[in-house]
Write a protein that binds this ligand. Structure first.
Ligand SMILES: *Cc1c(COP(=O)(O)O)cnc(C)c1O
Length: 428
């Protein structure tokens, strides 16, 4: 494939935008090469500035679960835009989408809308601290909760002690309140809780991890977390920015039948516009300003265009909930096909899958946490990525990302993909 125009646009962008991109992973640093500039997209396909067509397995990192330029969403946005794009005053549509979200998701009474997943998680933690009167939080190595200071703490060798910031600009004071645990290791979580008795406000977790590849919770792990939280007066925060309205109508809470205390949303809930949200039962949500003392606000929060897109998306998922089953079947088909061709070509690999999330790891052991995810062969992944790109298939430009299956994909697209992987596998 030819990327002349994309390469030229990237050079131009680099002059005025740091690294040429507005979010780092887009720069292809993890795989090498030059990022592709998108011109437009429809259904399962991206069309780039050089006229190449790519089958999209990222789908804007999750939101486009029904495919690109999904008509009900596009039409809702166009109609709303004609009536004004922002008021900074209440609108009826905010209540409509809130009612719908609250009816779809288990265990929540009220929801507040923000502009990104980052904001949702940041606000959820502030609310948890305000509600419990405690300062510390536990997060898991390899889980991503957006780029706010408290979460930019990564596992070093001292993974189960105090976190150290992994970005300059995060103060030691902030980092010391974030404790790091190993994903799927309940004893490790318990140790942290016991060592910090009565200091922990919440545990925040991706109930299915999607930011170190796709890593499912081990059997009983979420239930054990729930029990630990109850026994120690700690709130359980599910970051469902990726899993919410994707794994089921009610997200991972529904799929695993576990109730979280606070739930964060993003991605699908905005139908491709900048939306995040956090939700909980009344007792907790009533602590938020203007009802309670925990402050949280946003000039563009509940923006009419964003709410229109989100409402159209959630309405579709609510009325046609066979979509989740269909997505899971397509993903399973892809999983089986990839297993067959990689095995047939003697490529060492592990594939993880939950619902419409799936990831391919070039290592033979089980991938259950950040450490095992990091073992994957990155050189093989880079070749795999560029090989697929050359075949017209776009997967995430990083070995630490899940693939997002969209309902716009046909079985022909999936077969085309599996054949392409077979071709690429022969070059690995
Ligand atoms: C994407 C993501 C976020 C951050 O959302 P943004 O909209 O990028 O700020 C937070 N948590 C999880 C689990 C995510 O996947």
């Amino acid at each position: 494939m030819i990327y002349t125009r994309s390469s030229a646009l990237f050079v131009q962008a680099e002059k005025v935008i740091p690294g040429g991109v507005n979010s780092p992973v887009r720069a292809f640093k993890g795989v090498g090469g030059t990022p592709i500039f998108v011109k437009e997209a429809k259904g399962a396909y991206l069309y780039d500035e050089d006229g190449n067509r790519l089958i999209d397995y990222i789908n804007s990192w999750g939101p486009m679960i029904l495919g690109h330029a999904f008509e009900p969403v596009v039409n809702a946005v166009i109609e709303k835009a004609k009536k004004g794009t922002s008021f900074g005053m209440p609108t009826e549509i905010e209540t409509e989408i809130a009612e719908l979200a609250v009816s779809m998701v288990p265990n929540i009474d009220k929801i507040r809308f923000v502009n990104s997943g980052t904001e949702a998680c940041m606000s959820a933690v502030r609310l948890a601290r305000g509600f419990t009167g405690k300062d510390k939080i536990i997060k898991f190595a390899g889980c991503y909760h957006g780029h706010s200071d408290s979460f930019l703490i990564q596992a070093g060798s001292g993974a189960s002690t105090f976190g150290t910031p992994n970005s300059p600009g995060v103060t030691k004071g902030t980092a010391k309140d974030t404790l790091l645990a190993r994903y799927n290791d309940i004893d490790n979580v318990n140790e942290l809780i016991q060592a910090n008795k009565n200091e922990i406000a919440c545990i925040i977790i991706e109930p299915v991890a999607g930011n170190m590849g796709c890593i499912p919770p081990a059997k009983g792990f979420l239930k054990a977390l729930r029990d630990l939280c109850d026994a120690n007066d700690v709130l359980l925060v599910f970051d469902e920015v990726m899993t919410g309205f994707r794994l089921a109508k009610g997200g991972a809470q529904e799929l695993y039948n576990i109730n979280a205390d606070i739930v964060c949303f993003g991605k699908v809930i905005g139908g491709g516009l900048p939306v995040g949200a956090f939700a909980a039962r009344n007792e907790i949500m009533n602590q938020l300003a203007p009802l309670g003392p925990v402050y949280q606000a946003g000039t563009l929060s509940g923006n009419p265009l964003a709410m229109a897109a989100g409402l159209a998306m959630l309405t579709e998922l609510n009325t046609k909930d066979e979509i989740f089953e269909r997505l899971a079947r397509k993903t399973e088909y892809l999983h089986n096909g990839i297993t067959k061709v990689l095995t047939g070509n003697n490529i060492t690999h592990t594939i993880n899958r939950v619902g419409s999330m799936v990831s391919v790891h070039f290592d033979e052991g089980a991938v259950i946490d950040f450490e095992t995810a990091a073992k994957g062969n990155n050189e093989t992944f880079k070749k795999f990525f560029h090989g697929l790109l050359n075949e017209g298939i776009y997967i995430a430009p990083s070995a630490f990302e899940t693939w997002f299956i969209t309902d716009a994909l046909t079985y022909e697209d999936l077969d085309f993909t599996i054949n392409a992987i077979n071709k690429v596998a022969k070059t690995l």
